[in-house]
Design a protein around this ligand. Structure first.
Ligand SMILES: *Cc1c(COP(=O)(O)O)cnc(C)c1O
Length: 396
């Protein structure tokens, strides 16, 4: 019999949608896939070469559990340069992707009776990781009119004696929006007042637009730094989703507990991928700019395309590679066969009748929206927007 824990968990809905679109594609259907959560760029050559060299050099054995020193040092340098933050090696843990970093945090911090605050819409794995560790996710709804930023007073109204932590994600998946300094200060104040940990998922740090500069909440001051666990990784910035390298920076005692947990579960992240990660962080950085310029072009095109469709409205995202349009005005309309009453109905209709794959907002905790990734070619985006427009216009 399965454990109670296993019964509570569902598969990642974004990966499920992606699998469905890929299956249709394999069956010969010309699907435009807006479902993907990874860059469509290839990992840069210099990074691949570093991994190939690592193999040739025989760097193929166990490494220290928490990552090799050159990688920890490269991460420490990154924090200094990008975030004006100082960490020591024993305040850094390298894991098998940022998702694994978040999971190690969940294992080290959450337990029975704990509540963890998650602003919604949220990234799909946060609630399930909390539940897998017997704690309770507490959702704080954010609104489009506030650009999906959680307001300090609303946050505070959800804090109880059981609240252990709050999970922040800026730039955000799914909304594509970002927290500025003032918004972060408001949250830091509530967290300090109630002695909460802040889990800050900054995986999209390098992907920002319109001159927005990412700020880490840990960099506000030292008081907040010692309550913050920063999660970041190489997947999104360096198009390295398959390499599985993520990392956490935070207080030494928590990092130590997480390292012990990792030592009893996965051991070290792949040796070869660690060498590649050193090159990614210390080698030339121009790849990011090239990718970002292309994402920016697509972002503008996609958002204006979506806004030109009657019944759909979309804020302009300032980070990541997602558009998160409001589609609630379409609910209540009819296809030739049935009524559209939810984001899932709409996503299914668009997949089956327009060959467009995207993720319904209810997967992220807000049914009024759908999520489209623009990590796909301009040609696909043009075709996809046209198809969505036609399909929406057919609704009665
Ligand atoms: C992609 C993603 C992650 C996980 O990244 P990996 O390093 O590939 O595990 C974590 N958080 C958010 C918000 C993401 O979109």
């Amino acid at each position: 019999m399965l454990s109670e824990r296993a019964k509570k968990i569902k598969p990642s809905p974004t990966l499920a949608m992606d699998a469905k679109a890929k299956a249709m594609k394999a069956a010969g259907v010309d699907v435009v896939n807006f479902g993907v959560g990874e860059p469509d760029f290839d990992t840069p050559e210099n990074i691949k070469e570093a991994a190939i060299k690592a193999i040739r050099d025989g760097f193929t054995k166990y490494t220290p559990v928490g990552g090799i020193d050159p990688l920890k040092d490269a991460i420490i340098e990154k924090f200094k340069k990008d975030n004006n933050l100082e960490y020591a090696r024993d305040e850094i843990l390298v894991s098998c992707g940022a998702k694994h970093s978040l999971y190690n945090i969940a294992q080290a911090l959450y337990g029975q009776g704990d509540e963890v605050i998650i602003p919604s819409p949220y990234w799909v794995s946060y609630p399930d990781q909390v539940m897998l560790n017997d704690a309770t996710p507490v959702f704080v709804k954010t609104n489009e009119k506030d650009k999906f930023i959680v307001k300090p007073d609303v946050l505070e109204s959800h804090v109880t004696k059981k609240t252990k932590a709050i999970i922040l994600n800026s730039p955000s998946n799914p909304t594509g929006l970002t927290y500025d300094k003032k918004a972060l200060e408001g949250i830091a104040e509530v967290a300090l007042k109630h002695n909460l940990y802040i889990i800050s998922d900054e995986i999209y740090e390098k992907l920002t637009y319109d001159g927005f500069k990412h700020i880490s909440i840990a960099s506000l001051d030292n008081e907040i730094k010692v309550k913050t666990l920063i999660v970041n990784g190489l997947s999104k910035s360096y198009a390295m989703t398959g390499w599985r390298i993520g990392y956490t920076a935070g207080p030494k005692d928590i990092i130590k507990a997480m390292t012990n947990i990792q030592s009893q579960s996965t051991s070290n992240p792949t040796s070869i991928a660690q060498k590649a990660a050193v090159e990614a962080l210390t080698g030339p950085q121009d790849f990011i700019k090239i990718m970002l310029t292309e994402f920016d072009r697509r972002r503008k095109f996609l958002v204006s395309g979506l806004n030109s469709i009657p019944g759909i409205s979309c804020l302009t995202p300032t980070g990541a590679f997602y558009a998160f349009p409001n589609t609630s005005k379409l609910y209540g309309k009819y296809t030739a066969e049935r009524k559209i009453s939810s984001s899932s109905d709409l996503a299914l209709y668009l997949l089956e009748k327009a060959n467009v794959a995207l993720v319904p907002g209810d997967a992220f905790g807000d049914d009024d929206y759908i999520r489209l990734s623009y990590a796909t070619s301009m040609e696909n985006i043009k075709k996809g927007v046209e198809r969505i427009g036609d399909a929406v216009n057919r609704l009665k």
